[in-house]
Design a protein around this ligand. Structure first.
Ligand code: UD1
Ligand code: CA
Length: 459
């Protein structure tokens, strides 16, 4: 743990430029709401505690499930970034001898590796304040850093800046590290005399730099990391950076990504080594893929577990399901939630499954719907088999015991149980249980009228 360090994430603002009913920091980036990325980065610095300033939609922000403990501070009115820090006054007063790292809630691309040397510099130089700056090719929207006599540093917000100041490329990133006792003193001196009528945290830089205690600037080495996300196009650009980062880290860990440009993998997805991901694959939420798997083009997996050596063929959708070792799914299969494909099973062309266990070595090759079913090992499901699980009011269960053979075009009207090693003749509509080892056929008998076709032809 980094002793004497506490962190504060500013996340009370609405994010007006998003033009959304949802607060900005809850918009997801590769499956994770923005706030989590910033909070996780804070935790990676191992501070004593992580605080988040909340305001707009505070209940929603507080209800998120965070990976590690977070404490919340309520900023009732959003009167600016300095006002947001002031909302934490009580906490600051009881931690006067510590350091406080403040970060804007929309700085989701910053990595802890970038912040660690900043903390080091701050402590080594014994600064009252160290803030993060960066050189931007296009600094539009950022506060610009200006240097004056007597070591005074001032930030000019875009809206308050002159045209000459706007040409300055060095920007204020939105990460500040304070000695808390100096911060408390300076906070009282901030005014809201600016174009937005807000209490700017950035004004503190001028106030503190004019004084004895030193203000240091730490320049971020990577421009990519320091973009704030103020509108949805900036969000899209930032997501693109994260997407590439994720793909690079997977590739480095031994996953073959055939076409990085079209592959979408959420941040929490895990993939084992020697797995191959073909083009246009989308893997979402907490999906886990084992080793040695092959995921062919247009596979879409959401929140599922896939064991080792599994093949998922083209254009298959898998949601909240489990696929065990060595199974094969697809092409054109849809596994809806709570499907479990056991080891070595095969589910193929145009098969839809829902809330179904599909036993070891069982096969459903073509055109089936299997819902609310318990299908045991080594079962063969013929083409066009349908479980009729819904009677208009309730869902019912179908059980198909080990080794059973279901002929093509069968309807299994649930609730129904098909016994072990039994046979169901093709084209049957099964409404009653079938005993083990039996053959059940239920279809109208074929009739033949000799010569009928020829007679018909003469008419
Ligand atoms: C801020 C900085 C600017 C910097 C830029 C970098 C100020 C005055 N300006 O501008 O110098 O270049 O970030 O991205 O700080 N917030 C609150 N309560 C409030 C107001 C804001 O919690 O009353 C939060 C917001 O939710 C947001 C963060 O503070 O997460 C920053 O606010 P934002 O409005 O995005 O500031 P910028 O205009 O981007
Ligand atoms: Ca911002």
């Amino acid at each position: 743990m980094k002793r004497n360090l506490i962190t504060l994430v500013l996340a009370a603002g609405k994010g007006t430029r998003f033009k959304s009913d949802k607060i900005k920091v809850l918009h997801p980036m590769l499956g994770k709401p923005m706030i989590h990325l910033v909070v996780d980065c804070m935790h990676a610095l191992r501070p004593e505690s992580v605080f988040v300033v909340v305001g707009h939609q505070k209940d929603e922000v507080m209800q998120e499930k965070y990976s590690k403990p977070v404490q919340f501070i309520h900023q009732k009115k959003q009167l600016g970034t300095a006002h947001a820090v002031l909302a934490a006054k009580k906490i600051l007063q009881s931690n006067r001898e510590k350091d406080l790292l403040v970060i804007n809630g929309d700085l989701t691309l910053i990595r802890p590796e970038t912040l660690r040397p900043m903390i080091k510099k701050h402590r080594k130089e014994n600064n009252a304040l160290t803030f993060l700056s960066g050189e931007m090719v296009d600094p539009t929207g950022f506060g610009r850093v200006t240097y004056h006599e007597n070591n005074v540093i001032r930030i000019f917000e875009e809206k308050d800046a002159t045209p000459a100041q706007r040409r300055i490329k060095e920007v204020n990133v939105g990460v500040y590290l304070f000695k808390i006792k100096d911060l408390l003193e300076a906070l009282l001196k901030i005014s809201n005399k600016n174009i937005k009528g807000e209490f700017y945290l950035t004004d503190i830089i001028e106030i503190m730099s004019g004084k004895e205690g030193k203000v240091g600037v730490y320049k971020a080495p990577v421009e990519q990391e320091i973009v704030g996300i103020n509108d949805r196009y900036e969000l899209a650009k930032a997501v693109e950076i994260l997407r590439k980062r994720k793909i690079i880290s997977l590739a480095e860990s031994g996953v073959t990504i055939c076409d990085p440009a079209t592959t979408w993998i959420d941040l929490d997805v895990k993939i084992g080594r020697d797995t191959t991901i073909y083009s246009s694959v989308v893997l979402e939420e907490k999906t886990k893929i084992g080793r040695g798997c092959k995921l062919y083009p247009f596979v879409h997996v959401r929140n599922s577990r896939v064991a080792d050596d599994v093949k998922i063929l083209t254009s298959t959708v898998i949601e909240e399901s489990t696929i065990e070792r060595g199974a094969q799914v697809g092409p054109f299969t849809h596994l809806r939630p709570k499907s479990i494909i056991k080891a070595g099973a095969k589910v193929g062309n145009f098969v839809e499954m829902k809330n179904t266990v599909f036993g070891r070595g069982s096969k459903a090759g073509h055109l089936s719907y299997l819902g609310d079913s318990d299908i045991r090992d080594n079962v063969n499901i013929g083409a066009g088999t349908i479980t009729c699980n819904y009677d208009g009011k309730k869902k019912h269960k179908t059980v198909i015991d080990e080794g059973a053979f279901i002929g093509s075009g069968t309807e299994l009207v649930a609730p129904v149980k098909i016994g072990k090693d039994s046979y169901v003749g093709a084209g049957s509509t099964i409404t009653k249980n079938v005993s083990s080892g039996a053959l059940a056929v239920s279809r109208s008998k074929q009739v033949e009228k000799p010569g009928w076709g020829r007679k018909k032809g003469k008419k």
